[in-house]
Design a protein around this ligand. Structure first.
Ligand SMILES: Nc1ncnc2c1ncn2[C@@H]1O[C@H](COP(=O)(O)OP(=O)(O)O)[C@@H](O)[C@H]1O
Ligand SMILES: Nc1ccn([C@@H]2O[C@H](COP(=O)(O)OP(=O)(O)O)[C@@H](O)[C@H]2O)c(=O)n1
Length: 220
């Protein structure tokens, strides 16, 4: 079974996708990490966000690998063989990623890589367009949501917990800006697939959400 999980930033996709994959013994693929890897490479190479041709060539040339340990927590991301797991989470990359994600050529390149990665079939794949574009015939589709304030609060706690400086107001602004870009882009805008189960995670714990999803997966 291929399980697609989509939704906006901070909805809890990564957290519950890892737990669900661990529970089922499935592979876990974080497609946002792939867009982040392209953003990191573009920043390092000094390619501006509006140079669509150079960004597309860059996305095509990169080798992006994910190594998932079935302990339910650890995903390592490698860019051309180098471990970039931490580097792709910096605030600088977070700000640039939804800009490069607007580029149709970048999306085409990453979509092809993602389909190849899902070929085993036993996979939980998480992102923005998995149920709508990457795996439109996935056997199970979920769309996670939560209010902007709740998502910003989660991100704020995460960032300050990692020792970075942040304010809640700044996170609300950044999440709202990213939502706007993800929802309004011409190619693969963020939206639930018509056959996705929509789950509002506001006020729920990750375990509650995973239990809801697992029941739906097992129930068919
Ligand atoms: N019900 C919930 N489901 C998922 N994550 C939750 C929930 N409640 C709080 N969180 C926390 O919110 C954050 C969600 O971040 P993440 O899983 O990275 O979201 P996304 O991948 O959608 O951006 C995590 O720190 C997680 O522990
Ligand atoms: N399938 C995907 C996954 C991510 N993305 C883009 O990549 C960005 C980062 O994705 P992410 O999943 O790491 O972001 P968070 O939700 O974890 O903050 C998103 O804001 C989208 O702009 C996308 O366009 N399509």
């Amino acid at each position: 079974m291929r399980i697609a999980i989509d939704g906006p930033a901070g909805a809890g996709k990564s957290t519950v996708a890892k737990k669900l994959a661990g529970l089922l013994g499935y592979d876990y693929i974080d497609t946002g990490a792939m867009y982040r890897a392209v953003a990191l490479a573009a920043l390092s190479a000094g390619i501006p966000g509006d140079d669509e041709e150079a960004l597309t060539r860059l996305a095509e040339s990169l080798t992006i690998e994910q190594v998932w340990r079935q302990d339910g927590t650890t995903l390592k991301v490698f860019l051309n063989g180098r471990d970039v797991t931490r580097e792709i989470r910096t605030p600088e990359v977070s700000r640039f990623v939804s800009v490069i994600a607007q580029v149709p050529g970048v999306r085409q390149q990453l979509t092809a890589k993602q389909r190849a990665m899902a070929a085993s079939g036993r996979v939980v794949m998480e992102g923005r367009d998995i149920g709508t574009v990457v795996l439109p015939d996935a056997e199970k589709k979920f769309f996670l949501t939560a209010s902007v304030e709740e998502r910003a609060r989660r991100r704020f706690l995460e960032i300050t917990g990692q020792g970075y400086d942040a304010t809640l107001e700044e996170q609300i602004r950044e999440i709202a800006a990213r939502d706007a870009r993800d929802e309004s882009r011409a190619v693969a805008p963020l939206m639930p697939a018509p056959d996705a189960v929509v789950i509002d995670t506001t006020g729920k714990s990750p375990d509650q959400v995973v239990a809801e999803m697992a029941a739906l997966v097992r129930g068919g």
